[in-house]
Design a protein around this ligand. Structure first.
Ligand code: FES
Ligand code: FES
Length: 155
């Protein structure tokens, strides 16, 4: 029997029915709520393409059961900023022209946003450490580091 789960995503409440409370949060966001910024990359918690914030912490939504997100504040890339009022890290990714195919970018931005909130002026070593484990098959890594530094200067 389907179970009802309440999620708060980008400040809005949603009630969804799930057959399996162990279903990944990523599926609920994409398939039930139509929020397509978090991407399915590896599905194994190894690439970061599915990153969202749960209570402000970056979380890989492909390996997070939807039931664990109930009652917590979920933020997706769309909730970070708007085209009119982008988050400084979103603006910096545009200005540094980071994306190539763009598939991974959600993970880098969501992770970097949390990093900059906790460490507003990170050293390059702190940036590299904070972004460890994320993958970009297009090799945009140097541009990403430039963008994080730019955001730290402009935030
Ligand atoms: S899709 Fe979630 S970590 Fe790769
Ligand atoms: S921009 Fe293509 S995978 Fe990162």
């Amino acid at each position: 029997m389907a179970q009802r789960i309440r999620l708060e995503v980008n400040g809005k409440p949603h009630d969804i029915a799930v057959d399996d409370p162990a279903m990944p949060l990523l599926y609920a966001l994409r398939d039930e709520l139509g929020l397509n910024n978090p991407h399915f990359g590896c599905g194994l918690g190894q690439c970061g393409a599915c990153m969202v914030h749960v209570d402000g912490q970056p979380v890989r939504s492909c390996v997070t059961p939807v039931s664990q997100a109930q009652g917590r504040k979920i933020t997706t890339l769309a909730g970070l900023g708007t085209p009119e009022h982008p988050h400084p890290i979103q603006q910096a990714f545009v200005e540094e022209q980071v994306p190539q195919c763009g598939y991974c970018i959600n993970g880098w931005i969501m992770t970097a946003a949390a990093l900059l909130r906790d460490t507003p002026h990170p050293t390059e070593a702190q940036i590299r450490d904070g972004l460890l484990g994320l993958k970009c098959r297009c090799g945009t890594h140097l541009a990403i580091i430039r963008a994080v530094k730019r955001a730290a200067r402009t935030a």
